[in-house]
Design a protein around this ligand. Structure first.
Ligand SMILES: [Ca+2]
Length: 455
């Protein structure tokens, strides 16, 4: 949209009598009226959301809006957001249509257009109403834990953590042969939960067990995030416990438990997920860390963007911190675009600006400065970035970076890095001035081993 112009948004096929709440994420960029009329204030990007209840369920639909100074108008495509397979969709309405909108009249079928944000499915049933998920295997069966690899055996056996039964994971043929639970329809986007589970093995020595998320984002990309890592001694039940924010804008979400050494079996019991809330009043009654140290240095923390999309966590962060560092999202593997790089006329790598928009936009909306992490790193950087035609070829003995046979020469790589870094800094400084206070240029430049760093 152009600065000064307005446009009306509507939720297609939603009955007129349904109460809608419109909200703009950044009112400095664009405001939205109670009727969904968006007014462009200043160049930049924001998201307009519409919240409403339909058949007892709560929905939030989003529309990304770009405000430009010049003539060019971009009003986004709708972004599917939440909850269900039958959510109405948000659409742009022509400016001239001031009369009641045809799309808002009741429909004979009462069925809104389906544009599913999440894959179809139903929540795993829970008998304890205080829990979001609770699996103890005490009925002697397993219905909801499945194998990631497909050939795992998942059997309910006797000898639970504090009761009769637990789940045994055996016949693991790969390191990623692990138990998983589809929690897509149990968890709510950007909500905080406590996750608990008990694990046990008899491998003979310590084993590391990770509790992980696997999420599928709206573009179909899989993301893997560690929720908690525990060292589990042989022969003892160990509790895994973590408080986490459920990732949002996902079509599918799993939790899973990974233990390397796939030749070892392990046991799992009492898996539970409980909604958790921060006592914000208590937090805000104390002096924030940033105030305590205001005359010495700024105070920061590591975040994922979804932390800032959870209003409670965002309020906690704003209270204590001046700055944030995005743990993973601004690393080369997230910012480099393989398809566009291969197609680039000048042969230079191309970047995904949407990730930068999301992270820096959220930081700016919350009044936080950003330490940008990281421009150059050996890890979490895709192999193709280093290869001729952005297509890695391996020597046949593996797919590690050391097995690549078609690395580009040093001069080409320096040009690519210069281009990549220039594009990122130019984009960030142009679109989010005064937001990034420091760039981590090279990460772990001497050695990645923590023991060597300590030495
Ligand atoms: Ca049990």
């Amino acid at each position: 949209m152009e600065v000064g112009k307005s446009k009306k948004l509507s939720v297609k096929h939603l009955k007129k009598k349904v109460k809608r709440t419109w909200k703009s994420k950044n009112k400095k960029i664009a405001t939205v009226s109670k009727n969904g009329r968006v007014k462009a204030k200043k160049a930049g990007k924001t998201t307009i959301s519409c919240t409403f209840k339909y058949k007892g369920k709560k929905y939030r639909k989003k529309c990304r809006v770009t405000v430009k100074k010049a003539d060019e108008i971009i009003l986004s495509t709708a972004v599917a957001a939440v909850q269900t397979t039958e959510a109405p969709t948000i659409t742009e309405m022509p400016l001239a249509t001031e009369t009641p909108l045809a799309t808002e009249t009741p429909l004979a079928t009462e069925t809104p257009d389906a544009e599913p944000a999440k894959v179809p499915g139903t929540p795993i049933p829970v008998t304890d109403s205080t829990k979001t998920l609770a699996l103890d295997f005490e009925d002697g069966t397993n219905t909801y834990v499945t194998g990631r690899q497909g050939e795992e055996q998942l059997n309910v056996v006797s000898g639970g953590y504090d009761d009769d039964f637990c789940l045994q994971v055996s016949n693991r043929l790969k390191n990623w042969a692990e138990p998983q639970i589809n929690v897509t329809h149990n968890l709510t986007d950007f909500t905080t939960y406590t996750i608990e589970a008990y694990v046990k093995h008899s491998a003979g020595s310590n084993r590391t067990i990770n509790c992980m998320w696997q999420s599928t984002d709206l573009s179909g990309q899989l993301q893997y995030t560690t929720i908690r890592q525990v060292i589990v001694p042989t022969g003892n039940w160990v509790k895994i416990e973590a408080a986490v924010v459920a990732p949002g804008d996902v079509t599918e979400l799993y939790i899973y438990f990974e233990m390397q050494n796939y030749t070892n079996d392990f046991l799992l019991d009492n898996i539970s997920i409980t909604e958790k809330h921060i006592y914000l009043e208590q937090v805000q009654a104390t002096e924030g860390l940033k105030e305590v140290f205001s005359e010495r240095f700024p105070v920061g923390c590591v975040v994922y963007s979804y932390n800032l999309q959870n209003e409670e966590i965002a309020a906690f962060i704003r209270h204590h911190y001046n700055t944030v560092t995005f743990g993973d999202e601004l690393k080369p593997e997230r910012l480099l675009n393989e398809e566009k790089s291969k197609a680039a006329q000048d042969g230079m790598p191309q970047i995904n600006t949407d990730v930068i928009d999301k992270c820096l936009g959220l930081a700016r909306e919350n009044g936080l400065k950003v330490r940008f992490h990281t421009l150059v790193w050996f890890s979490q950087t895709p192999d193709w970035y280093f290869c001729e035609n952005y297509t890695p070829e391996y020597d046949g003995s593996g797919t590690e970076k050391t097995n690549i046979t078609n690395l580009v020469d040093k001069e080409t790589m320096l040009k690519r890095m210069e281009s990549y870094i220039t594009q990122i800094i130019t984009y960030a400084e142009t679109n989010y001035p005064d937001t990034v206070y420091a760039y981590d240029v090279v990460n772990e430049v001497i050695n990645s081993s923590i023991t060597i760093m300590l030495d």
